[in-house]
Design a protein around this ligand. Structure first.
Ligand SMILES: [Zn+2]
Ligand SMILES: [Zn+2]
Length: 171
């Protein structure tokens, strides 16, 4: 290129001009491509992505600036993550708001029996008396293995007998 410049001044000038033009076109296409890439991360609708890319192309260089004024402020992935977080939060709140399956009265996670309708909600640990979740195989408080559901029923009836000895005696 320098050799060519040395041979002929006018020829060298036109070459420089062409090079500058090629660089300019490449820059123009690069800014349009950036607009397309950015639009794809922010816009879900393929038609709108097409429109944004067109704006990025025409007017050259000014288009991407115009696009930046109107583009959605948030990436799609961020919006999706936020939605998931909200969903998880709602689930956590729903877990906190536990209700009795029979009378729908609000119950605390530590309740063994519904205080309103006396429905048995949870099994108590035989060793420490802490409430146990239905899927637990071992008490997390004292490491005592959880006895199966059948003895629970027996335990419940004996407890009921203990609690109401007078009615049983009356029979
Ligand atoms: Zn109840
Ligand atoms: Zn226990």
């Amino acid at each position: 290129m320098f050799a060519l410049l040395a041979i002929s001044g006018s020829q060298g000038w036109s070459l420089t001009k062409n090079t500058a033009l090629v660089v300019l076109v490449l820059l123009w296409l690069a800014t349009a491509y950036w607009t397309f890439k950015d639009a794809r991360r922010r816009i879900a609708d393929p038609w709108l992505i097409g429109v944004a890319t067109l704006v990025g192309l025409v007017p050259p260089f000014l288009g991407p600036v115009i696009y930046m004024f109107f583009r959605p402020p948030e990436y799609l992935q961020d919006a999706r993550e936020r939605e998931l977080e909200i969903k998880a939060m709602e689930e956590r709140i729903a877990q906190l708001d536990q209700r009795c399956p029979v009378c729908r009265a609000r119950v605390e996670p530590t309740y063994l029996v519904c205080p309103v309708c006396t429905t048995r909600l949870k099994q108590a640990c035989v060793s420490c008396g802490q409430p146990l979740e239905s899927l637990w195989q071992v008490c997390p408080h004292c490491a005592t293995p959880v006895t199966p559901a059948l003895p629970l029923l027996e335990d419940l009836t004996t407890r009921e007998r203990e609690r109401a000895p007078r009615t049983k005696a009356g029979d």
